[in-house]
Design a protein around this ligand. Sequence first.
Ligand code: FMN
Length: 159
Amino acid sequence: MTVDTRALRNSFGNFVTGVTLVTTVGSDGKPIAMTANSFSSVSLDPPLVLWCIDKGSDRLGIYQQAQHFAINVLAANHQELSGRFAKKGQPYMDGVDYAVWETGCPVIPDAVAIFECDKLASHDAGDHIIYIGYVRRFQTPETAGKPLVFHRGAYCALA
Ligand SMILES: Cc1cc2nc3c(=O)[nH]c(=O)nc-3n(C[C@H](O)[C@H](O)[C@H](O)COP(=O)(O)O)c2cc1C
């Protein structure tokens, strides 16, 4: 079967998602981030999550070697941050307000949720790799505002 990938991508885009920054530390010790909406919760016990990276990503090598990553669920006011870390060649977090948790992963303090993970497994899946994370620490700020929302290739807000 020949797949019209553009049509398929558009169809996938009808599934409304949040937006995350997946952060980690490079082998040079520099904090790294990437915008991703492929995040999903997987299991409560044990606590597992997943996200997927495009094999064509320039950041693939960094996430392949990383033992840990943090999922930062972005707030409605984080659209600029999302745009910045969706650009090629700009993985470094210079000038971003972040904290560092136990694994060394940078986290965005005003994200609506944060999940710090051990990378438990990676699975080859077509043109992507699926990373499974074991959640070792998480945070949901009481003051968490509304999340950033993505639908049909555009940012939107909850009513
Ligand atoms: C809202 C949004 C969600 C994205 N989700 C993913 C994702 O889940 N996985 C992925 O590999 N790329 C995703 N991307 C694209 C990457 O952010 C982008 O390709 C990357 O940061 C820049 O390219 P590079 O990794 O080749 O430097 C997404 C982009 C946007 C704007």
